[in-house]
Design a protein around this ligand. Structure first.
Ligand code: NAP
Length: 288
């Protein structure tokens, strides 16, 4: 598998094997970052209503089109419906707002950002609200405003409920997946149900860079810790979405054409679980 591999969604749309994440990139910096990313070769761009940078992301894509680097058809622009919008009407309005902000006539992929509103993340179930939000995505899909639809942060039961009640099956689940945090059962469930998996925070939000075992294994393959992390996700059959504002890092993160052995994959898979502190903030990796 290399960066030219494509994943084909159940509706026939192809996704590249790596994407570019934009969380925490301020709106006024997003256009130059996205332009740089496209110039370097990224074609899958990930934003969200909640990132407050859809406008800048859309501008960056438009600049790349204006300079003939790409056509709109070359780009997979992904955004996410805010996790708080759990009614059909609210979701329909939000989809239109996102289109206006990004200044595009369609998104290539749109995801429900999370099964629960963020204030209640992993607390309780919002099956009915997710069905409502999904109906709005289905409507926008049928109207040509979105070319593919999916979810993010959905667990198996959230997916099962949606799949049992929807007309169009979810095509993508974007989930937290990095060395030290690999939800293998959920990945398997998605793959068994023809749901493409995207891995967010593939570098553990940067924390993986200082992990001893990751650094040692990276040296063995003559790659950087980041490249090892991205390749790890790829060999799990998922699409990593690294975020960087640094042009050198953008280029580095595209060089993943090497193979981690099965034994080393196992070792990385079994590293102690990445630790979070009580507030859910990022904490340091446990030393291996
Ligand atoms: N669906 C969801 O709920 C959800 C949640 C979180 C994230 N996401 C998506 O996933 C994307 C990535 O996740 P993330 O932003 O949490 O974290 P990440 O990609 O795991 O890590 C980003 C950090 O790594 C650094 N970095 C990247 N490449 C590097 C390199 N080659 N060398 C050294 N440092 C490097 C970046 O710094 P520099 O900028 O300085 O390079 C940044 O500090 C997000 O941007 C977003 O699109 C989705």
């Amino acid at each position: 598998m290399n960066t030219h591999t494509h994943f084909t969604l159940r509706n026939g749309m192809n996704l590249p094997s790596i994407g570019y994440g934009t969380w925490l990139i301020p709106n006024d910096h997003a256009s130059s970052c996205v332009f740089n990313a496209i110039q370097q070769g990224y074609r899958l761009i990930d934003t969200a209503e909640a990132y407050a940078n859809e406008q800048g992301v859309g501008e960056g894509i438009q600049q790349a089109i204006n300079q003939d680097l790409v056509t709109r058809q070359d780009i997979i622009l992904t955004t996410k419906l805010a996790a708080e919008f759990k009614t059909y009407d609210r979701a329909c309005t939000a989809i239109d707002h996102s289109l206006e902000k990004a200044h595009v006539d369609h998104f290539d992929l749109m995801l429900i950002h999370a099964p629960q509103p963020w204030d209640h993340f992993r607390e309780g179930k919002y099956y009915e609200g997710n069905r409502e939000a999904w109906k709005a995505l289905e409507q926008a899909y049928n109207d040509g405003k979105i070319s593919a639809i999916g979810v993010a942060n959905f667990e198996e039961d959230d997916l099962t409920d949606l799949m049992d009640h929807c007309s169009i099956q979810p095509m993508v689940n974007q989930i937290l997946c990095h060395i030290g945090n690999t939800p293998q059962n959920l990945i398997d469930f998605c793959h068994q149900n023809s749901i493409c998996v995207e891995g967010y925070s593939p570098i553990a939000h940067g924390a993986a860079l200082s992990h001893t075992t990751i650094s040692q294994l990276a040296e063995k393959y003559h790659v950087t810790p980041t490249q090892l992390c991205l390749r790890y996700d790829m060999q799990l059959g998922i699409i990593p979405l690294p975020k960087t504002e640094n042009a050198d890092h953008m280029a580095e993160n595209l060089k993943t054409n090497f193979t981690i052995t099965d034994d080393d994959m196992k070792q990385l898979h079994n590293l102690p679980k990445y630790a979070y502190d009580v507030d859910g903030e990022w904490a340091c990796f446990q030393k291996a």
